[in-house]
Design a protein around this ligand. Structure first.
Ligand code: AMP
Ligand code: MG
Length: 346
């Protein structure tokens, strides 16, 4: 299959119109959103959705998120709209928040992986919205990477994984948020299954207390039932080892310098993911500044790009753990999974 590439800015109308036709006729289109690039198919067509799993090598038990272009479209996808969902939709849609609730009978089993719930989000990216409108159906879309790899935040990342496997890529440049949407279940007590750009703190201002699934910061225990099937699969792994150092900035930098020295002495090539606050510790070492610890959203914005781009010719990436307030929770969720929960021992 030849993968067509359209520039979403200069070939806007043509790109989204053709993309819409491809989706309607059962094909696959990768498109930019404010979080990461999505790999889209007709969300009401089980056969089309199946192609997403094939292209990504995604386990069939991992459900997809349906993307809609106007809030009222959620009505046909859920049994009904609970009151807290209405409040959250008004506060955060369009935006990086996915809501899970009881599904309607319109939803194909492939999309929700046989569960009785379905995940829905209204993205804010103009190209994503234009594509959904052109398709005229909800678009089922996971991240547009091979399963297990870091999510793509540029069209180049998508092509690295998906060239020849999908019909089309809409190139809209870099994604603003850089990590996938917050996934919040509204079945029972509101519960964050995956943290993202819309934080626990922001959600609680609108609907009060919100729980965080324990598997956000810990590996899923063996035999445990995943609240969100995505949690049990390998995730975000670049082509090298990732090791995380926790503690204060000073402690983390100290541990990294010690391990970096040992690794280099044994012939390993290393890179350090530094922050504005800690770059001074790493003078003379191979490091890259990922962002600002005081503004964890900046770390989220760069993490996946850095995991892809900086892993070439490198054996080990050393990264600092940060506090898990605000977008720090999303950052640590992705970083810990990318590392397979490999921490430097004190
Ligand atoms: P991705 O599409 O790669 O961003 O992954 C979507 C995430 O949402 C995965 O972790 C899924 O397991 C999760 N998810 C989607 N639908 C549901 C659902 N109905 N119940 C629980 N988790 C879901
Ligand atoms: Mg994904």
């Amino acid at each position: 299959m030849r993968t067509q590439i359209f520039n979403a800015r200069t070939q806007k109308e043509n790109g989204t119109n053709l993309g819409g036709r491809i989706i309607r006729s059962g094909g696959l289109v990768a498109f930019p959103t404010e979080t990461v690039y999505g790999l889209g198919a007709n969300g009401l067509d089980g056969e089309a959705a199946k192609k997403i799993f094939e292209a990504k090598g995604r386990p069939m038990d991992n459900p997809l998120i349906l993307h809609i272009a106007k809030k009222s479209d959620v009505k046909q996808l859920w049994l009904h709209i609970p009151e807290n969902a209405r409040l959250l939709m008004d506060a955060f849609w369009p935006g990086p928040l996915t809501l899970i609730y009881l599904k309607s009978e319109l939803i194909p089993a492939e999309v929700c992986a046989g569960l009785d719930t379905v995940a829905v989000r209204m993205p804010e990216h103009k190209t994503a919205l234009a594509l959904i409108r052109a398709a005229g159906v909800p678009i089922a879309a996971p991240s547009a990477n091979l399963s297990g790899k870091p999510s793509p935040t540029t069209a180049e990342h998508v092509l690295e994984d998906m060239d020849g496997r999908i019909d089309m890529v809409l190139d809209g440049g870099s994604c603003r948020v850089g990590v996938e949407s917050t996934v919040l279940s509204l079945v029972g007590k509101p519960r964050i299954l995956r943290p993202g750009g819309i934080t626990k703190e922001m959600l609680e201002q609108v609907i009060g207390s919100v729980e965080v699934s324990p598997s956000v910061l810990a590996p899923l225990a063996e035999n445990a039932i995943a609240e969100s099937p995505g949690m049990k699969h390998k995730h975000y792994a670049p082509d090298c080892t990732v090791i995380v150092a926790e503690g204060s900035p000073r402690q983390a930098a100290g541990s990294i310098l010690r391990e970096y020295g040992l690794a280099e002495a044994s012939g390993k090539r290393c890179i350090i993911f530094a922050t504005e606050q800690t770059k001074g510790y790493y003078r003379g070492k191979n490091y890259v500044i990922i962002g600002d610890r005081e503004q964890p959203a900046t770390l989220c914005a760069n993490l996946f790009d850095a995991l892809r781009e900086r892993s070439h010719g490198v054996d080990i990436i050393f990264a600092e753990g940060i506090p898990t307030n605000d977008q720090g929770l999303a950052y640590m969720n992705r970083l810990l999974r990318a590392s397979g929960f490999t921490l430097i021992d004190e």
